[in-house]
Design a protein around this ligand. Structure first.
Ligand code: SAH
Length: 376
């Protein structure tokens, strides 16, 4: 019997509308494409967990959020236990991380009564999930960090920056061109095209990239850098600490890192706009350099070193005493997944920001003598 010919899946109504828009208005930058796709995706799809498209650290194990909770308690104590502190999370997903954090903080009544909870989230569907998980702590929601009241703050962002749009520039026939997305009516597909950048792109790239070879790709995320600046300025002016965790690279590099996922498998970023999760590697090196103008930067550590340094294994040991065999096995697997270099331990990076000269030494960033972990 003959194999059936694979049929190209029909475009979703959202993708069809985007296709018509591109036919009418012309190609858009990869950054605009990512922004349009993300707002649709987070508003409608079921991103997280085993039955979703991808799984994040807090969804793997409660240990992750509990260890972050301990980190936040330590930072608050080093600040001198202020009576009012804003706890801000950027992109809280299902609210799992913050629920685990607040459970730990609740064991410190003095800190619990000092904390007010502020969540920056654009998706109404995810706000509803966060409400269900965090109602007891009376959170307040905002569309952007700029709207959160000013004051001393502890800020957490896990897998937030990777969802923000990046521009891509490609060396084509010796020139840096901006990659754009268009819709081909004849082929009935979204595809890349190249147009001259709207500004002098070589002015913003590290000098060693300017003469990169044909086909090289340079990425930059102005939205990420602008949110980072807002965040760092807040810490510089009002004190506190910020913790940024995401997957990405510690040194600036060339290459196409924009990727799409559906049900735990990679798809192409043009395959199903608004239906698949599109993300990019976070350029920690550039972010650290930008932040260091405004605040003290700690790290960049790998997630594995950071969690080990904070004692994730010791925390698991305490939980193990009341766990059955299956739970013990699950916990061991979760720790491996979060910390092993072959899993999330090396690809994910951690960076903290504190006010210059505050004297706060955030936990988890020890540089070992024999191997310089900051260079990973
Ligand atoms: N921190 C969570 C979820 C990560 S997914 C976890 O670790 O499980 C990214 C989150 O950021 C989602 O909640 C998404 O809706 C939100 N988000 C994406 N872009 C955003 C933006 N520009 N402003 C605010 N929230 C955004």
């Amino acid at each position: 019997m003959q194999e059936p010919i694979a049929k190209k899946p029909d475009l979703s109504p959202f993708a069809k509308a985007l296709a018509s828009q591109l036919v009418e208005e012309g190609p858009i930058t990869v950054a605009d494409y990512m922004a349009i796709a993300a707002s649709q995706y987070y508003a409608n799809e079921n991103p997280f967990g085993r039955d979703g498209d991808f799984i994040t650290a807090p969804e793997i194990s409660q240990l992750f959020g509990e260890v972050i909770g301990a980190w936040l308690i330590d930072a608050w104590m080093q600040m001198g236990k202020p009576e009012h502190i804003q706890l801000i999370e950027l992109g809280p997903g299902k609210g799992t991380l913050m629920a685990d954090v607040m459970r730990v903080i609740s064991q410190w009544p003095q800190m619990k009564s000092a904390v007010s909870l502020h969540l920056v989230e654009t998706s109404a569907a995810l706000r509803a999930k966060q409400d269900a998980a965090l109602k007891a702590y009376r959170p307040v929601w905002y569309d952007s960090l700029d709207e959160v009241p000013l004051g001393p703050s502890l800020i957490v962002a896990n897998e937030f920056f990777d969802a923000l749009p990046v521009h891509q520039f490609e060396k084509v026939a010796g020139e840096w061109m901006e990659r754009r997305v268009k819709y081909s009516e004849t082929k009935d597909v979204f595809e890349f095209t190249h147009l001259p950048p709207e500004f002098e792109v070589t002015a913003i790239m590290p000098e060693e990239f300017v003469n990169a070879k044909e086909g090289s790709i340079f990425e930059v995320s102005p939205v990420s850098l602008s949110i980072l600046e807002t965040l760092a300025t807040r810490i510089a002016e009002y004190g506190g600490a910020a913790l940024i965790i995401d997957y990405g690279h510690a040194q600036p590099g060339l290459g196409d890192t924009v990727q799409a996922m559906k049900q735990h498998s990679y798809t192409g970023i043009l395959a199903n706009p608004g239906g698949d999760d599109i993300t990019a590697h976070v350029d920690f090196g550039t972010m650290a350099l930008a932040a260091s103008q405004i605040v003290d930067v700690h790290g960049i550590a790998t997630q594995g070193d950071f969690l080990n340094e904070l004692g994730i294994a010791q925390r698991a040991e305490i939980l193990r005493q009341n766990a059955n065999e299956k739970q013990q096995w699950d916990m061991a697997l979760a720790i491996k997944r979060l910390t092993a270099p072959s899993e999330m331990g090396a690809l994910f990076k951690v960076m903290a920001l504190t006010q210059k000269g505050s004297g706060i030494v955030p936990a988890g960033f020890v540089v070992h003598e024999e191997a310089d972990d900051a260079q990973v």
